[in-house]
Ligand binder design. Structure first.
Ligand code: SF4
Length: 414
């Protein structure tokens, strides 16, 4: 077989990287300059968008170093037993691609992951080598996110953190039993051990940097992880519990949730259907409740239904409020910030504006309406100087009144 060209490798290895949700790409219209017209393309293979620590949206080249792998994780298209086209970049090829894309202003950084070739240490060394060449030989100042292999020696992972802005180690599945069944080569203790080491390196070098200006930085954008949802029997309550333990134990910047998607030649132990995408969305909402709205994990779990899963038709904040109606209505002119953050339909910004405005005058329902997208959702849970919901909060059909209307399929549409 003739050697693959860089473009062929890029096609295979950018496509193979798309299953990693840690930096999701945004959809856009297809345009390109093939045929000599115009300049630029929206079909740049492997380009995705991510958010930098300062909130900027940045474009990243998102690729694998290789999709060869000696592991056999059932849910992964790149597993040893999968029948996919394989390719492998050298570190220098990834460096050249990154710099070429960067100079053309296509990207502001690199998101690099890899299947495991030869050994975990060998693969991790290759990933680090890409970052080293970029930083040391080309003084590359763009963003670098390196996926880290938990089975590799801690010293090599440490090197990764010295070059990368962010490192991530995937926990893969929400439960240890799911990991044992679906990723037999991986070990939950090893994964969490590696995350713990990254956390202590981040803390240690952050402290050193405060004391000595020239102390090296270690993963200044922190570490993150990803969990696959729907490949095993774990419920949303299990996932929320796991995510909260990970945030607490390892100081993660983000936990990403990736709805399992069926792959060609899938193993028989996997479900045939992907979970509804809305499940992934509800988990992200529950994540926000814990990180920005002051909900404890146990409270998010209270929003789940009898099967341990979050409802799909309403968001978890509304689900919680409907279960704990005795906590409402809250008086927007007197309630604490914590109480206001519990009101369905009031976001962090709206609560901030309510707190600022009520210093000057008593708020009316119209004032609150101007701060929210849907006053219908808010009304049953608040009082203002001119509004009390009376029996509305306790109505048995409140859930159906507030659930977003599902669109009727147009059976006879042209
Ligand atoms: S180690 Fe990574 S690339 Fe290899 S099979 Fe498992 S998930 Fe896929």
């Amino acid at each position: 077989m003739s050697a693959r060209t860089i473009l062929q490798k890029l096609e295979i290895l950018a496509d193979a990287a798309k299953y990693d949700a840690s930096c999701a790409s945004s959809g856009t219209a297809k345009r390109n300059s093939m045929g000599g017209k115009g300049i630029g393309s929206t079909e740049g293979m492997g380009i995705c968008h991510a958010y930098a620590p300062d909130g900027r949206c940045i474009s990243l080249l998102k690729i694998l170093l290789t999709n060869h792998c000696i592991f056999d994780c059932h849910y992964c298209i790149n597993r040893k037993s999968s029948n996919v086209a394989r390719a492998r970049f050298t570190p220098q090829e990834v460096v050249d691609l990154t710099l070429a894309f960067y100079r053309r202003n296509y990207i502001e950084g690199l998101f690099l992951s890899s299947g495991i070739v030869k050994s975990s240490n060998h693969t991790m060394e290759q990933l680090v080598e890409v970052a080293r060449i970029l930083r040391e030989e080309h003084d590359f100042r763009g963003y670098i996110h390196l996926k880290t292999i938990p089975e590799a020696d801690a010293e090599i992972v440490h090197q990764a953190g010295l070059y990368a802005d962010r490192v991530s180690i995937n926990v893969e599945l929400p439960t240890d039993s799911g990991l044992t069944r679906l990723a037999p080569d991986k070990d939950a203790r090893q994964i969490e051990g590696a995350m713990g080491k990254v956390k202590s390196d981040i803390t240690e070098l952050k402290d050193a940097h405060k004391r000595f200006k020239h102390a090296p930085r270690f993963a200044p954008a922190g570490q993150s992880t990803q969990m696959i949802v729907g490949a095993d029997a774990a419920s949303d309550a299990d996932i929320v519990g796991k995510a909260s333990r990970l945030y607490d134990s390892f100081g993660l910047r983000r936990v990403y949730y990736s709805a399992f998607s069926p792959i060609p030649d899938a193993s028989a132990v996997l479900p045939l259907k992907r979970p509804p995408l809305i499940r992934e969305h509800r988990l992200y909402q529950s994540d926000w409740l814990m990180r920005f709205y002051g909900y404890k994990p146990a409270e998010v779990m209270q929003a789940t239904e009898a099967d341990g899963n979050l409802p799909l038709d309403i968001d978890p904040k509304l689900a919680w409020a409907l279960k704990f109606r005795e906590q409402f209505p809250v008086d927007v002119n007197r309630a604490s910030k914590e109480q206001l953050l519990r009101v369905p339909g009031l976001g962090v910004k709206a609560v901030g504006r309510i707190l600022a405005s009520r210093r000057h005058r008593n708020l009316r329902l119209d004032d609150v309406a101007r701060l929210t997208q849907s006053i219908t959702k808010v009304r049953p849970f608040i009082c203002t100087v001119d509004w009390r919901p009376v029996t509305l909060t306790d109505r048995a059909d409140l859930r159906s009144l507030l659930a977003p209307k599902t669109e009727q399929l147009e059976l006879f549409a042209a």
